[in-house]
Design a protein around this ligand. Structure first.
Ligand SMILES: [Mg+2]
Length: 251
């Protein structure tokens, strides 16, 4: 069986443990797969996470091999490829100035109204990620224990999300991490990114394979399955490495 024309992977808990670098075995099988077909990594995270978890840990390969890697941070609202020996941004579909300003104003006002605007934090509470505004109650670098203590039930995050969503009907307000809320345009999920990928590469969705750890109906990979792309569900990176080795052995 030939390799699929394109194999797309979720990042966290599919290629690597959450926020951690890829294992050398994973890095090695990924580059072997790249030697034979197009590969995409798609995640809700930022390019900095792609670099720290994957790109900085890949073995040296020739530029043609790296040229087959497609990177879609923030669910494909940003797109990176290899250019002149670097991982370079090809496009970013950022919020307009009006969308950004309204999102920042609303989330700050609503958080203050609810009494959730903390004075002692680990870094800034609000972050402009271009295509996304992120509110982090304790700052981007808040320790896990402090985050759990701040909102053990998730009620605060949900209250903030609901209140901000009511004032931003044209945007989408979603729970992000344990104490964070993300604001994007409506309809930005991994299905959005996969459709963009099909447009960019000319590879039809029917010729792609997607591998992810959250393909259950409440998971952040599920929209790809609902789109009709052939999917493989995995439990952790070792499982994914086995899937890649089987694809290579069968090809
Ligand atoms: Mg995942």
């Amino acid at each position: 069986m030939p390799l699929p024309r394109l194999v797309a992977f979720d990042l966290d808990d599919t290629l690597a443990p959450s926020k951690s670098p890829v294992d050398p075995r994973m890095a090695e099988v990924l580059v072997r797969l790249l030697a034979g077909t197009e590969v995409c990594i798609i995640s809700g995270g930022q390019i900095a996470q792609f670099r720290a978890q994957v790109l900085d840990n890949l073995p040296i390969a020739d530029e043609a091999t790296f040229g087959r890697l497609h990177l879609m941070p923030t669910c494909g609202t940003q797109y990176y490829r290899r250019q002149d020996g670097e991982w370079a941004q090809v496009y970013a579909e950022n919020l307009t100035t009006d969308e950004r300003d309204r999102a920042l104003e609303v989330v700050e006002r609503v958080a203050k109204g609810l009494g959730y605007w903390e004075s002692e934090t680990w870094g800034p509470i609000l972050e402009d990620r271009g295509s996304q505004i992120t509110f982090s109650a304790l700052g981007q670098a808040g320790p896990v224990a402090a985050k759990v203590a701040w909102d053990p039930t998730g009620d605060k995050k949900n209250a903030l999300r609901d209140a901000a969503q009511a004032e931003l009907p044209d945007l989408e307000v979603r729970g992000g991490g344990s104490t964070s809320v993300d604001i994007t345009r409506r309809g930005i999920d991994k299905a959005f990114g996969m459709k963009r990928l099909a447009e960019i590469t000319g590879v039809p969705l029917d010729d792609m394979l997607f591998v992810g750890d959250r393909l259950d109906p409440t998971g952040n990979d599920y929209p790809v399955k609902a789109l009709g792309v052939e999917c493989v569900a995995v439990h952790g990176w070792e499982d994914t490495a086995d899937v890649i080795e089987r694809l290579l052995a069968d090809a």
